[in-house]
Design a protein around this ligand. Sequence first.
Ligand code: ACO
Length: 425
Amino acid sequence: MSKHAELHYEGKVYKLPVIEGTEHETALDISKLRDETGLITLDIGYKNTGATQSAITFLDGEEGILRYRGYGIEDLAEHADFLEVAHLLIYGELPNKATLDKFERDISRRTLVHEDIRKIFDGFPANAHPMGVLSSLVCSLTAFYPGHRTVEEMDLTIVRLLAKLPTLAAWSYRNGMGHPLNYPNNNLNYCANFLHMMFAYPTEDYEVNPVVVDALDKLLILHADHEQNCSTSTVRIVGSSQVGLFSAVAAGINALWGPLHGGANQEVIEMLERIKADGGNVKKYVDMAKDKNSGFRLMGFGHRVYKNFDPRAKIIKKACDNVLAALKIDDPALNIARQLEEYALKDEYFISRKLYPNVDFYSGIIYRALGIPTNMFTVMFALGRLPGWIAQWREMVLAKEPIGRPRQVFVGKPHRPFVPLASRA
Ligand code: ACO
């Protein structure tokens, strides 16, 4: 007989099927629990709740393993490029040469956005955060490009979004600077084109540095998917109401923005700068992070699912050394980061809670070396995460998953009689 667990409740025994994934992780299937027992489960923050069965990303937080469609993140970061990985995540397989060429061509043909979208930028104040601008603009795409009805139309929407997000992201930055917006150059590859839109000016020559392109490509791969995290769950749950991809991804961008999620990369650099300005005393900040009353956390440390080294952080740390050496940059923030990591990893508080550096700890230092301004760090994360959001949305749509609708345990006032305004105290 297949595995099951038993629930003993009010004199009855209920059998709950146990589901096993391909990597032998197990789950209790409670989909009939309420119908059969009247009970729901309560799991605030979804710490133990599986929201779907997914074939995209496998993550083992205890062992520090991350795989996209079966391929180790280390191999992909070393040998693949970002659009190959995007294809892998979205369609399930690494593309062959002909498929990849077509995928790249389809994307590069669509990098322009409707000219009227430029006018939307005029409405934003100069100091608007680029994440807020980006999510608004992605949502605005719903007004310019039709939704999908067929699988072919779905693929066109996917290609459009992959093509246009770098344009919108770079324009969010340039507009905030009050600088002219750069049109895409489709002779350049995905990352080089983004850098061109960010940094080229009509007043001087600009050549994209291959070291910078490679580093950016690797960073985007490392961020490309991370199974059911906060922003991805947002994309799936918003998408489950059958709004289109643009609306679902705009919601995902907003979820990513928060400091406990993708916004942490900006917070890390700000924290390192603060420590540096304060004399570089890492002990003081580790002590502060341990003090629950301080309201301070070590940004870039800890993770909901990794209770071991985040494998992405290991790769990024190495890449960070390589990029800074190749670009001949000496960033004192890197020294502070190293000292902070070394100090925290020996501290009982961090050891006992299994708090390790996460993907955001070193990524900001690389972004800064690449010339990316601090308020664009989370936008870079969004560019990287886009294929994952798309893949997860597509999987959910094709599986015809029902609308996401959690339940609750009500703890408010029970029924009480209405009090007319004149009688209220
Ligand atoms: N600094 C100090 N203490 C921490 C930190 C930290 N960065 N992270 C967790 N803790 C402590 C908590 O205070 C808690 O201690 P307690 O058991 O004594 O109460 C314990 O470790 C467990 O932490 P939780 O907040 O319960 O863990 P949760 O899984 O809910 O949070 C999170 C994970 C949000 C990532 C958390 O570790 C954090 O806030 N880190 C800093 C922000 C950050 O780097 N976010 C990026 C995450 S990666 C990503 O989203 C891409």
